[in-house]
Design a protein around this ligand. Structure first.
Ligand SMILES: *Cc1c(COP(=O)(O)O)cnc(C)c1O
Length: 365
């Protein structure tokens, strides 16, 4: 097993000449082993492991020049919106949030300053499916126009893990993960990763990480290496459990609507079955009775834990409006339909019938 190289610094052979590693901000053998595994998982030539998913996102945006225009999926992880709206907007980078299922709208929004399209699919928390191939094709076509520079397409692949979706094979330039979620899988660490094939982009991301320092610790790298060994098994169980739970939820009392890409009732079910190898472990649903009912439901759960985050082996329940998506402007939340009645579930790898029973009892009021 890869040892935990718990060291900040490395002995030099002679002045100016090291043995491959000099300082752990620049590189550490445990991190290198993790990055090799992460690259292989996404079918990428380069992977860079970061201190968190948001640190990885920060580095990606820092490759852009001030004045750049970025088109972002309007239904993203709350923290992504916060980073873009509240931090990077100050540095004169313009973010435009749109529904990326609407391709004509996307084509219309691309302008000479557009440098990046930021895709998340399935979206969070509404689990909409966005057509990665169609968007990367559009970005490449626009990049070829004389008035436009290259438009980089980024896919946040956190909800799928590399097991269920391979955006680089669908034409994306950069994949980002919060490894805190499925790749870590045990709710015991914070981490992020960027995977890509372009050498120059990889070098500039590595430079940003080296210059600014958002690396993860050797112990986190070790835990992630260990987690990766069971990733495919865990994803298979998340898939089957979520499919069973989503199906069962439809006939449980006080459930108004079930949102899961694996259900035939999902508007992008067909696209999801083509683009993903399994529908994942995330389910959202709407509860009858609004916030009061939601509070009752959460207090009655015994197996599901009321908590943010996702992708761990234990099931979690989350209230996006007041928790993960509280930082999304209220008008935007209303427009999207992230109301008091929306509940997001991260389905773990427990016994599916236990999970279904827990939900049925918690909703029986
Ligand atoms: C959690 C999450 C992030 C942020 O990652 P951290 O590891 O919490 O910094 C980004 N994107 C998605 C989809 C996430 O779920």
């Amino acid at each position: 097993m890869t040892p935990i190289f718990q060291t900040s610094t490395f002995e030099y052979l002679e002045p100016g000449k090291h043995k491959g590693y000099d300082y752990s901000r620049a590189g550490n053998p445990t991190r290198t082993a993790l990055e090799t595994a992460l690259a292989a998982l996404e079918g990428a030539t380069h992977a860079i492991s970061f201190a968190s998913g948001l640190a990885a996102e920060q580095a990606i945006i820092q490759t852009l020049e001030p004045g750049s225009h970025v088109i972002v999926s309007d239904d993203t992880y709350g923290g992504t919106g916060r980073l873009f709206r509240r931090l990077f907007a100050k540095y004169n980078i313009e973010f435009e949030f749109i529904d990326l299922r609407n391709l004509p709208l996307l084509a219309q929004k691309i302008r000479p300053q557009t440098r990046m399209i930021w895709i998340e699919t399935p979206t969070n928390p509404l689990l909409r499916i966005v057509d990665i191939q169609a968007i990367t094709d559009l970005a490449k076509k626009a990049s070829k126009q004389a008035t436009h520079e290259r438009i980089v397409t980024v896919v946040d692949n956190t909800f799928c893990s590399p097991i269920l979706q391979k955006p680089l094979s669908l034409g994306a330039d950069i994949v980002i993960h919060s490894t805190t979620k499925y790749i870590g899988g045990h709710s015991d660490l914070i981490g992020g990763a960027v995977m890509l094939n372009n050498q120059a982009d990889a070098e500039s991301l590595r430079f940003i990480q080296f210059a600014a320092g958002a690396v993860n610790a050797p112990f986190e790298c070790f835990l992630l290496l260990r987690s990766i060994k069971t990733l495919a098994l865990r994803m298979a169980k998340h898939n089957t459990n979520a499919q069973l739970v989503a199906h069962a939820l439809k006939s449980i009392k006080n459930v108004k609507e079930v949102i899961y890409p694996g259900l035939k009732s999902h508007p992008e079910h067909l696209l999801a079955s083509q683009q993903m190898q399994g529908f994942g472990g995330m389910i959202s649903f709407r509860i009858e009775g609004g916030f009061e009912a939601a509070k009752q439901f959460f207090s009655r759960l015994r197996l599901f834990t009321l908590a943010e985050s996702l992708g761990g082996v234990e099931s979690l329940a989350n209230h996006p409006q007041t928790m993960t998506h509280a930082s999304v402007p209220e008008s935007q939340r209303e427009k999207l339909g992230i109301g008091a009645d929306l509940i997001r579930l991260s389905i773990g790898i427990e016994d599916a019938s236990d999970l279904i029973q827990d939900l049925s009892l918690a909703l029986d009021f």
